[in-house]
Ligand binder design. Structure first.
Ligand code: DOR
Ligand code: ZN
Length: 347
């Protein structure tokens, strides 16, 4: 911690967010657009967004839902399935509709029912992506029910990601929302074509948070939070200054009733105070001077995009996170609900 009281950053981007669609999208989008200049939009709608035309239409719905005066650019992704066509994926990338393609192992998480059943099935797509320099965004968990849920990311590296990068060493990969020391070690060991996003929740909580005094559905997301040693490894990576790590919130809104259920959905809605949440971590780690690279520079450099113009100012000061947020008529519990954060955005 320092005694610094303000922090000015180049405008940041969110390299992984779920906006959903319709009324909920209109309700959650202003939170992302308030903080970030651009965001990588996840395609796991129901049904998923797989075509160039469907993605362009989704992008237009996002633009139409933006509050007047917003300066926000959605960067779209295409959802890979066993049936993905290399020519269609490449066309979408070349036309500027797809910024990247997203690999969900089938049934790995919310909205992944149509995902890829075996990576061998999309080998021609991946080869084409490597040829044209299109980034592959990876949900890195195996779905084998015999593998302990807390080991699914580490086993994914061993069974899927390491062999994939051995096969296609030039493929540009973002290992999304990493949760383990294993993932940090893997990303550190690979070339500059492999990077990772880190969420606020995986920097703040370990797996105990899901069981603190009872079952806590609002601390549940996928990949699930791991033990403390992993959280500490993620904090070290995020604040290390390495260009391989950047901000990706994985903000994933679900209605209260869908979370507080006998089978609650995975996902943490962190968009409303995302930057404040990251700032708290960097402050605690004595690394406020490294937040700008993580939030505003490493991501665009990896994606080959210009850095944003303009700045956002944070100031030291209490901000109380509400217990619940109304997103276009849907009640959603935000990350840090009821807590007080120590940095706030100065409007
Ligand atoms: O917790 C999660 N929620 N993890 C994901 O990968 C998907 C997301 C969602 O869409 O709700
Ligand atoms: Zn996600």
């Amino acid at each position: 911690m320092t005694t610094q009281t303000t922090l000015t950053l180049r405008r940041p981007d969110d390299w992984h967010v779920h906006l959903r669609d319709g009324g909920v999208m209109a309700g959650v989008l202003p939170y992302t657009a308030r903080q970030f200049a651009r965001a990588i939009i996840m395609p796991n709608l129901s049904p998923p967004v797989t075509s160039v035309e469907g993605t362009a239409a989704y992008r237009q719905r996002i633009l139409d839902a933006l509050p007047a005066g917003s300066d926000f650019t959605p960067l779209m992704t295409c959802y890979l399935t066993d049936a993905s066509d290399p020519a269609e994926i490449a066309r979408g990338f070349e036309e500027g509709v797809f910024t990247a393609a997203k690999l969900y192992p089938a049934h790995a998480t919310t909205g992944a029912a149509h995902g890829v059943t075996d990576i061998a099935r999309i080998r021609p797509v991946l080869e084409r992506m490597a040829d044209i320099g299109m980034p592959l965004l990876v949900h890195g968990e195996v779905t084998d029910a015999a593998v302990d849920i807390f080991d699914r990311e580490a086993v994914f590296i061993e069974r899927v990601l390491a062999p994939l990068l051995a096969d296609l060493p030039g493929l540009r990969v973002v290992f999304e929302h990493i949760t383990t020391a294993d993932a940090v070690a893997f990303v550190d060991a690979m070339g500059a074509n492999v990077a990772a996003t880190i969420t606020p929740q995986h920097l703040h909580i370990n797996r105990n948070a899901m069981f603190a005094g009872g079952l806590r559905p609002h601390a549940y997301c996928l990949p699930v939070a791991k033990r403390e040693a992993h959280r500490l490894a993620l904090r070290k990576a995020a604040t290390s200054g390495s260009a391989k790590y950047f901000l990706g919130t994985d903000s994933a809104p679900h209605a209260v009733a869908a979370k507080e259920s006998a089978c609650g959905c995975a996902g943490i809605f962190n968009a409303p105070y995302a930057l404040e949440s990251y700032a708290a971590v960097f402050d605690e780690e004595g690394a406020l001077d490294r937040l700008e690279a993580f939030a505003s520079e490493n991501g665009p450099r990896f994606y080959g995009l210009a850095l944003n113009e303009g700045t956002v100012m944070l100031e030291r000061g209490a901000v109380v996170v509400p217990d619940v947020i109304d997103a276009g008529g849907t009640a959603i519990v935000p990350f840090h609900a009821g807590q007080t954060l120590g940095w706030r955005i100065k409007d």
